[in-house]
Every structure is written in C-alpha cells, then in structure tokens.
Design a protein around this ligand. Sequence first.
Ligand code: NAI
Ligand code: MG
Length: 494
Amino acid sequence: MTEKDLAQRTSLRFNDLWSYDSAPESSDYVQLKERYDLFIDGAFQPPENGKYFKSINPATEEVLSEVADAGKADVDKAVKAARKAYNGTWSRIPAKERGKYIYRISRMIQERAREFAILESMDSGKPIRESRDIDIPQVVAHFFYYAGWADKLDYAFPGVKPKAVGVAGQIIPWNFPLLMAAWKIAPALAAGNTVVIKSAESTPLSLYKLAELLRDAELPPGVVNIISGAGNTGAEIVQHPDIDKIAFTGSTEVGKLIQKSVAGTDKKYTLELGGKAANIVFEDAPVDQAVEGIVNGIFFNQGHVCCAGSRLLVHEAISEELVRKLKMRMETLIVGDPLDKNTDIGAINSRPQLEKIQRYLAESVEEGQDIYQTKCTLPEKGYWCCPTLVDNVSQSHRVVQEEVFGPVLTIQTFRTPAEAISLANNTPYGLSGGIWTDKGSKIFKVGKDIRAGVIWSNTFNKFDPTSPFGGYKESGVGREGGLHGLLPYLELSK
Ligand code: NAI
Ligand code: MG
C-alpha cells in the first residue's frame, strides 16, 4: 500500500466510521450557589468592599456563579484568622491529630470525586476524562501522601528539629485549580502551618466547594482560609507583613514581581513558573509510542500545562515518518464539550488566553512558518483551538522561545545528541523535558545534560505526589511534592 493509500484509508476510517455518540456527564450533579463569599475563619463572609465578579464556563460562555473580590481588608482578616488558628489550635494539637484531619479531607474528596471532577471541567474547560482520571485522583493522592508525613517530620529530617514557619500565603493558577491547591495546602498543613489561599480569577469554584468540605470535615476555623480575587488580591497577600511564606504558581512575569516584592523581607518563597519543554525523539525511538507521548505532552489539558512538551525535537532520519504519523493521530483527536467522556481537547480557559494563542499563530504566519491545524469542527460558542503544529521555525522565533500555553507544538530537527541538547537548553526556561530512545545510555547522558527539573524518558506528563517538581532558570525557585515539598514549610534547627 502506498503512503497516500494509507493516509486516505486512515482518514476515512477515523472521520467516517469512528465517530462516537456523545456521552456527556450531567452538570445537574453539581449544586452551585448563585454567589460565593470568602471562606475566612471557618465561615463564609461577604467582602468588605461588597464587590463580586463572575466565573463563566469557557465552553459555553454561561455564567456559573459569582464570587467575592477580596480587597486589602479581607486579606488582612484572612491572615489574622490564620495567625489566630496557628497560635491557638494548629500549632498546639499533636502532630498525629493534624494527620487525621488531612486523611479525613482526602477521604471526603474521594467520596465526592465525581462532583469535583464535573465542577472542575465546567469552570475551567478541561475534558472530564482528565479531571476525573488525573486532577481529582491526584488531589486525593497528595492529601493522603502528606497526611502520612504529619507525625513523622522528625524521621523525615533526622538530627534537626523541624518546626512550622507559621502562616502560608498561597496563590494558584487556573490550569489545575484544585490540584494546585492540594499541592500547596497538603504539605503546609502536614508541616503544621495555617493557610490563606487565593484561586485564579477564571476558576474559583472548586476551591469554594473545597471550603464547604473543610467545614464539613470540622477542620478548626482559620486553619485554611480560601479567598478569590484577581492580581491585586494576590499582591495584597504577598505584601502582607504577617505572612511567613509565599507559594506561587503562575506566569514568570508575576513570579518576578513577587520575588522583587519579598526581597529584603524574611518571607520564604517558592515560585513555580513557566516552561518550554523539549520532547526529544531519537532515531532509535519506538515511533508509535513517541507519537502518543507527544500528543499527551502537548495536547493534554489544551496545552495549559507549565511542563507541556511544547517543542518537538526529532532526529532528521525519522522526522518525515514521525510527523506524518503525528498528523494522522492528531486528526483523530476530538475537540469539544469538556463534559463529554469522549473529548480529548476541551475549551481554552478564557478569552484572553485564546487571544494570546492566536497572536502567536498570527505572528508565525507573518514570519512564514508552516502551520498545520486539524480539520476539527468547533462549537459555536466558547473558546476553542484545534491542535496545531508549527514547522519551519528557527530557535530564535518567539513561538519556540516563549510559553504559548495552548495546543501548539513547534517542530525542529537535529542530527546529533549534542545538537539536541543545545536546542533543548536554549530557552529561558528549564522545567521539564522528554527523551525517546531505545538506549538507556542515551537517556542517562542526555537527561544529565538537559537543565530541567523533571525529565521523562519514553513517556510524558506523569505525576506522583512522592516526586519533587520544579524548575531551573526562569521556571522558578524551590520544589513542590515529595519530601522536598515539605522543606519550604519548615524551619530546621538543631
Ligand atoms: P498570572 O501569573 O497572572 O496568574 C496566576 C495567579 O497569579 C492568579 O491567581 C492571579 O490572580 C495571580 N496574580 C496575578 N498578578 C499577581 C500579582 N501581581 N501578585 C500576586 N498574584 C498575582 O497568569 P495569567 O495572566 O492567568 O496567564 C498568563 C500566562 O502565564 C499564561 O499564558 C501562561 O503562559 C502562564 N501561566 C503559567 C502557569 C503555570 O502553571 N506555570 C499557570 C498559569 C499561567
Ligand atoms: Mg470559570
């Protein structure tokens, strides 16, 4: 069979015969209030300024709920509640009691996993398959994992006396709302800290559901305070004098502002920022598996992933075959309703994010790069982007250097491992990377030479609570996850 015949047969098979009936989850499963107030000191409280903003479903543009827009006075109230809870209860109860609360939280999230998964997909646009199979199970796993450390800190750091730092201020993004909250709340509580956490402006709802759950779990008031608001609310948390530690995940731009703002104070901080990971495929790689890994690396969660494999580096000898197979696979990806269980690629999280992606693509067209987009049909309402390849790029192009944060993959070829390593390292970021090869020795050599915090070999985007996560260069400061993830929440003294 010629390649043309194969391509024709494949497109016929997938487009005409393999169309799936829709199988949506029901949004009725989630009870939403029309309005959510700030969760401070164990109770929902209206914001001092009386201001609210709306959170929409990016797949339908419908308003889901409105949430409080916390101002300076509210942040101060939340920090005071956290301090009072730290001094009054949380630092006084035995560590094993702290652990029991965290275990209880994880079990209760597990019991309500379906509700959390549907809500997360509605508020963020991510496919239900991901929120159901990745986000929520990982949330539960993080709480379980850190619950286990609560009464074992002396064993975790032998020879030194671990002590909580106090009140943690936490600011999270919109790409994994509840999961980023779990990454931050679980280690903070296990280490004995109390928390003020702010959701991102487009995805505040799952954190308010979590607030209801924390109240049901009878977590002592003030131990976790959950607020909503935009960048200025985040800045109020960062600048508050009674915060001991800042944990931030988001853009490098804001990360730099935070770093400036805490310079000269004794606040501890961790920053988990952007990435521009290279997914490197050598000539001896298993090509079909690599295609799956590339698809998972960049199209997972619409490419709204800091560690996304957004740059494909492929050995010249196999580039034609790989790109052809990749395009065929991409044509089978289903873009659409995030609540449909068959959906591979959901909605782009917000209009500004879609516009940002479109600006990069328009620039690529202007610069004469080759753009390939699948023939996906898009719903009329909502924010969407078909899976996209950008070929004929050079290392200096912005689409190769900067974080697009969408389902957009650039393609470059290389001839030698040294060239692949040099291309992989030549961006301001260093968060993650992928290596596809049959040779273990190549994995060790190339893995050692790539300056990135996480490197996957013959797989991509695998997460585990026991494993530390974080970057080099402009990808951030510090590590989250694993034993390392406890350190930023502890003072270690002799
Ligand atoms: P962002 O960095 O502005 O937002 C992240 C969080 O920081 C939100 O909760 C926001 O309210 C808060 N924030 C904004 N300004 C702040 C300030 N001055 N002080 C304290 N907190 C502040 O990111 P944005 O605008 O939503 O997305 C822009 C780009 O950032 C994306 O296109 C993507 O490239 C990158 N990004 C990276 C993420 C990651 O996981 N590393 C997550 C989200 C965005
Ligand atoms: Mg929303």
